[in-house]
Design a protein around this ligand. Structure first.
Ligand code: CP3
Length: 395
């Protein structure tokens, strides 16, 4: 292990700090604003693309960096190395955005739940939230405990040199609650659903603390330099109709209400909300105060576009997603076909030159889940190139 790095075990309170993250010079001006334009519903020359887990185990250089750090959390809590991981995929693929290298579970870790990642098992909390007393103890964590994330945002902005915008992110209150109550990944969400149906009052209190924590966390990322923010509601889709609106959507709205609208320089910061398995609730999500809705592969893009462009007095929202990550494990020929399907399903993007200020629903192809670790990098390159080439032809 590199002697300059923190030990593999971590505690957010003792996270490694770069000596100078707060003193870094102002980041360079943005060279590629295609993704931000699409978020705002503005016409673009081509369709922008970025991918969830674009930095991660499918890249050999990522696996080397993680080995150098000692563990995933040692990497994520080391701002310079996290910035390096953020930029790694940009060296291989002409992506239109970067996402800060971190995890949604940093927030419950900072609440004292004791996060670790077990090889082959995924995340694990040493102190899950199960009883009334556990819920009563929860509070919005001191953001100093998450300073390593904000420092990683600053370092990543420097490392990007303005090449593409940097996305900051957090888990939705409901998705974080799933991990906090289950203690890790779950196949049936039996523990949290039992809590939901038997003690909704406890779950509401937990979700309120999560919402206020996530809002403070995203605001600090925006202050540190995140140019867009995304909420991952990865498990919203496991809820029953009605329960989704009460236990997921309402708390996503509570986060959005509290978010800063502009960065430290007064530049507006778009908000993206992704609910895996949430396609049927798009009309309800249309009411969220956000600019982009993420959808998975189960959604019909033409119908989604129509729903988000409804003439209901609200500004059009853009769409992100619709590609099935399994496609990335096939061949470049199949990837080309699937990109064509998604681009055609969305339809011709609203015309207007790429400098016009006319707003409408735009599309950013994206995966409905993270890139699988066994994905060949050449397939990811084929995907990014296919989106760029084919979408230019559509305009
Ligand atoms: O490139 C990026 O997208 C940024 C990094 C990122 C990670 N996690 C890094 C990571 C992002 C955006 C996340 C979000 C995240 N984390 C979500 C929401 C997105 C989704 O997948 O639905 C969720 C549910 C988590 C929780 C989480 N973190 C799980 C379930 C796991 C284990 C699963 C796995 O793939 O191993 C993680 C670990 C994790 N987070 C890894 C990475 C690169 C793999 C850890 C490793 O390197 O060993």
């Amino acid at each position: 292990m590199n002697k300059h790095l923190p030990p593999a075990g971590h505690s957010a309170g003792q996270a490694a700090m770069p000596q100078n993250a707060a003193l870094l010079p102002a980041p360079a001006a943005l060279q590629n604003d295609t993704f931000l334009r699409a978020c705002w519903g503005l016409p673009t020359d081509y369709t922008p693309v970025w991918l969830m887990r674009q930095a991660g185990r499918h890249l050999p250089e990522y696996r080397a960096l993680r080995a150098q750090a000692g563990s995933f959390m040692a990497l994520a809590t080391h701002p310079q190395l996290a910035a390096e991981a953020t930029v790694q995929p940009l060296h291989r693929y002409p992506l239109d955005a970067a996402i800060v290298f971190s995890d949604i579970l940093t927030v419950p870790d900072a609440m004292g739940l004791g996060l670790s990642f077990r090889q082959g098992e995924g995340p694990h909390f040493a102190h899950p939230v199960r009883h009334e007393a556990d819920v009563a103890r929860l509070a919005v964590p001191d953001m100093q405990r998450l300073r390593y994330v904000f420092d990683a945002v600053r370092c990543a902005r420097q490392a990007l040199h303005g090449r593409v915008p940097l996305i900051g992110f957090a888990g939705s209150p409901w998705t974080l609650a799933c991990y906090m109550v289950e203690g890790g990944a779950s196949s049936d969400y039996a523990t949290i659903k039992t809590l939901l149906y038997t003690r909704p009052d406890l779950l509401h209190r937990l979700l309120a603390v999560n919402a206020d924590s996530v809002a403070a966390y995203l605001n600090a990322q925006i202050e540190a330099g995140a140019q867009a923010v995304m909420l991952f509601d990865s498990w919203g889709g496991v809820l029953a109709d009605g329960a989704f609106q009460t236990f997921s959507l309402a708390y996503t709205a509570r986060v959005l209400q509290q978010l800063r609208r502009t960065d430290a320089d007064g530049v507006a910061v778009p908000r993206i909300v992704f609910t895996k398995g949430g396609g049927q609730w798009l009309p309800a999500m249309r009411m969220l105060d956000c600019n982009v809705l993420g959808v998975d592969w189960t959604v019909n893009l033409a119908a989604a576009r129509a729903a988000l462009s409804a003439n209901d007095g609200r500004p059009a929202q853009s769409l992100q997603g619709n590609l099935d990550p399994a496609v990335l494990r096939t061949t470049p020929a199949v990837i080309h076909q699937e990109v064509q399907r998604a681009l055609h399903a969305f339809g011709t993007p609203a015309s207007g030159d790429a400098h016009s200020a006319q707003r409408s629903c735009q599309h950013t192809p994206h995966l409905g889940h993270g890139i699988h670790q066994h994905t060949p990098p050449e397939n990811v390159l084929a995907l990014v190139q296919a989106v760029h080439q084919q979408s230019r032809q559509l305009r």
